[in-house]
Design a protein around this ligand. Structure first.
Ligand SMILES: Nc1ncnc2c1ncn2[C@@H]1O[C@H](COP(=O)(O)OP(=O)(O)OP(=O)(O)O)[C@@H](O)[C@H]1O
Ligand SMILES: [Mg+2]
Length: 263
């Protein structure tokens, strides 16, 4: 399937759309999306963050913006919530966190459409999109709606995660979305005060797969319990613990994306 929007943008103010996806749930997509967005912003970029996880939006909580309701301007455009200098939009701002969104294809399609057409993003250097787990409707809808500069695939080290990451990579390839690379999250754990690091998950074939397919590993993010502590308290981790090895690893991702030659 070709990407019908390559070269032209229905959202002209947005220079680059970056997808953050993985085939598997719970591997750290939202954490990566948020910290990538903050890292790009710290480099002086204008950044938006779209939580496209319509069924399980977690960005409002993780960005400390729970229960915020976006205003609508006189032209009926939704004004994204400004948090930590980033324009944030999520289904979580429109429905309660506990309320289940039970939608089928056409409604989903409309909601995604609104996220692009009816939200006042204005000028952005990057719109980071946090995708839901899997390779379903939402990813395909987004790929058909906007020109995507590239995708970052998040994977944990074990083969079970790799199998799903491969599916995400295959999907991005099929719809002609350039793969910027893979982020290996929770790659290892070094207990406080120790020099020894441990593998939380058995190391699988990720490195072999990446080199066989000529895919770049952008960064390895260690497991750090503060990542979860920060997301529970609504503080982006790289601002909460900027000197930690995990924060430095997230910042490497920001550096990589900001230097990538995107089309
Ligand atoms: N490097 C890390 N170290 C420690 N905890 C982490 C790390 N990365 C993510 N986490 C934690 O793991 C949990 C899942 O992360 P996150 O919500 O970012 O994953 P996800 O892929 O977006 O999940 P979902 O598929 O449900 O959307 C969260 O509690 C998060 O704080
Ligand atoms: Mg998520």
């Amino acid at each position: 399937m070709s990407n019908p929007f390559s070269g032209q943008s229905p959202i002209p103010g947005i220079k680059n759309v970056i997808l953050v996806g993985s085939g598997k749930g719970g591997v750290g997509k939202s954490s990566v999306s948020i910290n990538l967005a903050i890292s790009l912003k710290e480099k002086g970029m204008k950044v938006g963050l779209l939580d496209a996880d319509v069924y399980g939006p977690s960005v409002p909580r993780m960005m400390g913006a729970l229960n915020q309701k976006p205003a609508v301007n006189e032209n009926g455009k939704i004004i994204p919530i400004n948090k930590y200098g980033i324009k944030v939009m999520s289904m979580g701002f429109l429905v309660d966190e506990q309320q289940a969104v039970i939608w089928r294809g056409p409604m989903l399609f409309k909601a995604i459409d609104q996220f692009f057409k009816d939200v006042l993003w204005e000028e952005l250097d990057y719109l980071v999109i946090d995708l839901p787990p899997g390779t379903g409707d939402i990813c395909l809808t987004i790929a058909q709606k906007v020109p995507v500069s590239g995708a970052v695939v998040v994977c944990t080290p074990q083969n079970i995660a790799l199998v799903d990451a491969q599916k995400a990579i295959d999907m991005f390839k099929k719809i002609n979305i350039p793969i910027l690379g893979v982020v290996e999250n929770m790659s290892s754990f070094t207990p406080p005060g120790s020099e020894v690091s441990y593998d939380l998950f058995p190391k699988g074939q990720l490195n072999t797969y990446l080199s066989a397919h000529n895919i770049n590993k952008i960064t390895e993010i260690p497991f750090d319990p503060h990542v979860a502590v920060c997301s529970e308290s609504g503080i982006p981790f790289i601002q909460g613990k900027p000197e930690s090895p995990a924060a430095k690893a997230f910042q490497r991702l920001g550096g990589f994306v900001s230097e990538a030659q995107l089309t």
